[in-house]
Design a protein around this ligand. Sequence first.
Ligand code: XBP
Ligand code: MG
Length: 251
Amino acid sequence: MAELKCILWDVDGTLADTERDGHRVAFNMAFEEAGLSRQWDVATYGELLAVTGGKERIRFDIDRGGMPEMPFEEIAKLHARKTIHYQTLIADGLIPLRPGVRRLLEEAYAAGITLGVSTTTTPAALDALIEHSLGKEWFDRFAVLAAGDIVPAKKPAPDIYLYAIDKLGVSAAETIALEDSSNGWKSVRDADMKCVITINDYTADHDFTGADLVVSELGEADSDAIKLLQNPHALDIHHVELKHLQAIMHG
Ligand code: XBP
Ligand code: MG
């Protein structure tokens, strides 16, 4: 049994619902700008989310015949344009944080818990979300921002979580991760960390067997919106608080 020292946050789908109205729209803008006729609708994008990483997602769609063949350099250029469009969408303030995210971040920060980010997304996309949705002070409050191609194997590989704890000098046993998808959960599980899942429309039917808590959202103190979907530690929860994460560590 270990004390909770560190909370690692996934980004897309966990901090904010960025996929449908952020990343997807930005990909489509880049495709149109490049003269490609391909547009990823909401359902198609849901299928493509099985592949983590934007460049990898484009490659996958090419391989299954959705887009014309192109070399890696062109995929990288397309993706760079997508990232710029995504930054603009985020700067327009279109994507709010999910319920309870700011509340739990503030509570954990005030309690001296080490906070970090472990994400598949591109660093520039993460920076935009921190600046415009969270607030610039969070660049200093997160002790590590582990993102994108910093590790060669993206989620569901555990590498991005192992990289983050290595940078922070904490152990997996002292760390809990917050995720929203089965790829994220597999990554946390194989890094040997505890895990809380907040589902969203794209991940509601994913398999989270073995996760420590699965909820519809972290919840706000003045709301009854939270739904407890898997609660193996039998926690008494109205909204997810630091004490619940600590109780999970104590098993
Ligand atoms: C989610 C992802 C990312 C984003 C797109 O990552 O799979 O690929 O959809 O990001 P996470 P990029 O939930 O781990 O944050 O286009 O910048 O790769
Ligand atoms: Mg995610």
